[in-house]
Write a protein that binds this ligand. Sequence first.
Ligand code: SF4
Length: 415
Amino acid sequence: MDELSIYLHIPFCVRKCLYCDFLSFPVCGDGNTAENKHTGKSYVNLISPQKAAWVESYVNLIRDEIIRTAPEYKKYRVISVFVGGGTPSLLPTGAMRAILDAVRSGYRLEEDAEITLEMNPDTVTEEKLREYITCGINRLSIGLQSADDAELARIGRIHDYGTFAQAYETARRVGFANINIDLMAALPGQTIAAYGRTLRRVAALAPEHISAYSLTLEESTPLYERRREFSFPPEEEEREMYALTGTYLASCGYHRYEISNYARDGFECRHNKVYWRRGNYVGFGLGASSMTENVRWKNPTDGERYRNYVDALARAAEAGGSAGLREKNAEEFALQRLSVPEQMEEFMFLGLRMMRGVSGRTFRRVFGADMEETYGAVIGKLCGQGLLERDGERVRLTERGIDLSNYVMAQFLFD
Ligand code: SF4
């Protein structure tokens, strides 16, 4: 039976962080001016009354989408579920349970499936965390970003380090044995020394997994507008921060298994590896992306269009199936049936993100073609430049290749 992973998008946040261009909307207080923990006010169960009905109707929509499309995925067993956003931990636990119950009722969820919830430190209580466990959630991904309160305030996070540390300790106490902590480097005003302190504080907590990405300054964000107010670490320092992440976390027992992801043995993120290995996954909710059997598509990002889609799913189900609905509206769903060359490109540039690299044997099994015959010239050139290395039938990035990964990946695109 084929494997499937499920992504559930919950597009609500307390307020927008200043650097954020994800598809998410503030639902607490009056958006960007909402009070925060620094002023002594917690966001636990603080969805504003004006926004509560909207949140509730979204929960009903995503449940309907999950249930109505289920017949399409009968042949799969689900190995992972990732509840992301947004800030899914903002939802009342009853809503979270209802969404996960919909998955359970319609899909063959493996007993040992990895079920991750993205969590913002200032949105949970001990009771909420206990409820998550009874919902079947067995992995938390906590967005900390930095252990420095001034850095957190500069990027508009709602929490401080103390709030995070309390939430982390509570999560451990109630029984979560698999926790990821998200960090960010190259923050405004951040020094290498301050970043090192964040790494030390976080590693001392011994989470099972750490993700560490560099801040990308997106043009549509308030931080971009205000970029001249801050000094950002130069590229050279950003590279030093990246190198420090690898060496320090290695000394603490974490191995880097993807360009920006580190884990203790046995705790690599099962869900994210499906993306990099081009496994089948389906995304539910506003703007969620999917890829099954080499067909990619994306749900509408507009609320009204998303609602129309879920309504149409009900009619499609009555007419005997929902599989053709997206095909008929291919443009709206940016539906793309990948050609074999496109699949090969993805195989290379997604697979090379992982430190194990790509396997010639797998390439042959998937495409019935030889990786060296297809990409030998490119691989040879990049090996010559010290950006890739061969290891038996595998090819992987070198340290220098990681630094220049965008350049390396681009070489695998066919003209
Ligand atoms: S919590 Fe995450 S999704 Fe929400 S605004 Fe901040 S960065 Fe964006």
